[in-house]
Write a protein that binds this ligand. Structure first.
Ligand code: ZN
Length: 287
C-alpha cells in the first residue's frame, strides 16, 4: 500500500468539494497554489466557464483529471429517452475534450426524480432494467472515443432519487453483463461514503480487480448525518476506516488518485484555502 504521509501527489480534488467558494477557474488556481495535481470537475462547473476555457485552464495548469462528473440519470419515462441519450453523449464528448480518464455514472433512481417531469413510478425493478439498457447504449458511444464508463454505486438511501445501483456487486454485475471480456471499457468508481458498510466489500473489490477499478473517492460518514446529501464529513471526522478500504483497492493493483469528494454545507461555508489545506493534511494522516 502506498505511503501518503510524506506528500499529496495522489490527492485529486473533486471540484464539488469547493463548488460554493469559486468557479472552476478559481478552483484550478487554488489547486496550483496548494500543489494539488489532479481534479475531477463537474459538468455544471465546466459549463459555467465554458468547455473551451475549462479545457485550456486544465492544460495550462498541467492538471491531471481523475474523472469527469457525471453521466447517467438513465431512468426516465418514454418521452425523455432521447433526452437521456443525447445528454449522456454530450457528457462523453465533454470528457473526451477535457482529457478525462473516465466518466463517472450516477445511474438514476425512480424516473420522476432522475429526470424531473417524468411520469411517477414505484417500479424499482423497471428502473434497474432501464439503467442496464441506458448504460449499454452509452457504452456503444463511449467505446468509439475510448472513454471508459465508471459506474458509481450509491448508498441505498439514494435508491429513489439518485441511483438504484446500490452495491459494488450490482455495479459489477452490470459490468460483467456488458463487457464480459473485461476490455477496460467499463468499471466502477468506488466512493467510501457509499460502500463502507457493505459486508461483501472485500470480496467484491477482489472480484473487480485492477481493470474494473477506475476511480476511488474519499470523504467520511458523520454520526449523526444531518443531511444525507450535503453533510459528508472531512476524512478523519467520521467512522469510515478509509485506509483499510484503500488497502483493499490497492491490493488489486489500483494505483490512481484518492479523490476527495465532500458535499458539505459546513465545508462549503469555509474559505477555499482552509478547505484545501485541511484536505491535504487529512490525506496524509488518515487516507
Ligand atoms: Zn463519489
Amino acid at each position: 500500500m502506498r505511503d501518503f504521509s510524506d506528500d499529496h501527489r495522489w490527492l485529486s480534488l473533486n471540484t464539488a468539494t469547493v463548488r460554493k467558494q469559486g468557479d472552476l477557474i478559481a478552483i484550478i488556481d487554488a489547486c496550483a497554489r496548494h500543489g494539488i495535481r489532479a481534479i475531477d470537475p463537474w459538468r455544471d462547473q465546466v459549463a459555467a466557464v465554458g468547455l473551451d476555457r475549462a479545457a485550456r485552464a486544465v492544460k495550462d495548469a498541467g492538471l491531471d483529471l481523475s474523472g469527469y462528473c457525471r453521466g447517467g440519470m438513465f431512468t426516465a419515462d418514454s418521452a425523455r429517452r432521447s433526452e437521456v441519450r443525447d445528454d449522456n453523449r454530450r457528457a462523453v464528448d465533454e470528457a473526451a475534450e477535457l482529457g478525462a480518464p473516465c466518466i463517472v455514472l450516477v445511474v438514476g433512481g425512480l424516473p420522476q426524480y432522475s429526470r424531473p417531469g417524468s411520469a411517477a413510478s414505484k417500479d424499482i425493478a423497471a428502473a434497474r432494467n432501464q439503467v442496464h439498457d441506458g448504460i449499454a447504449e452509452m457504452l456503444d458511444y463511449a467505446k468509439q472515443v475510448k472513454l471508459p464508463l465508471a459506474i458509481e454505486p450509491l448508498h441505498p438511501a439514494y435508491a429513489a432519487d439518485r441511483a438504484c445501483v446500490n452495491t459494488t456487486k450490482h455495479a459489477l454485475d452490470i459490468c460483467d453483463a456488458l463487457d464480459p471480456g473485461r476490455t477496460g471499457a467499463i468499471g466502477v468508481a468506488l466512493d467510501v461514503y457509499h460502500i463502507w458498510w457493505d459486508p461483501e466489500l472485500r470480496s467484491q473489490i477482489a472480484r473487480a480487480g485492477k481493470d474494473r477499478l477506475l476511480a476511488f473517492h474519499v470523504c467520511d460518514w458523520l454520526v449523526p448525518t444531518r443531511d444525507i446529501l450535503n453533510d459528508r464529513g472531512m476524512m478523519g471526522d467520521g467512522v469510515i476506516d478509509i485506509k483499510s478500504v484503500r488497502a483493499m483497492v490497492e491490493a488489486q493493483g489500483f494505483a490512481g488518485y484518492s479523490e476527495i469528494e465532500i458535499f458539505s454545507n459546513d465545508w462549503w461555508s469555509r474559505p477555499l484555502d482552509e478547505v484545501l489545506g485541511t484536505c491535504i493534511e487529512r490525506h496524509r494522516s488518515v487516507v
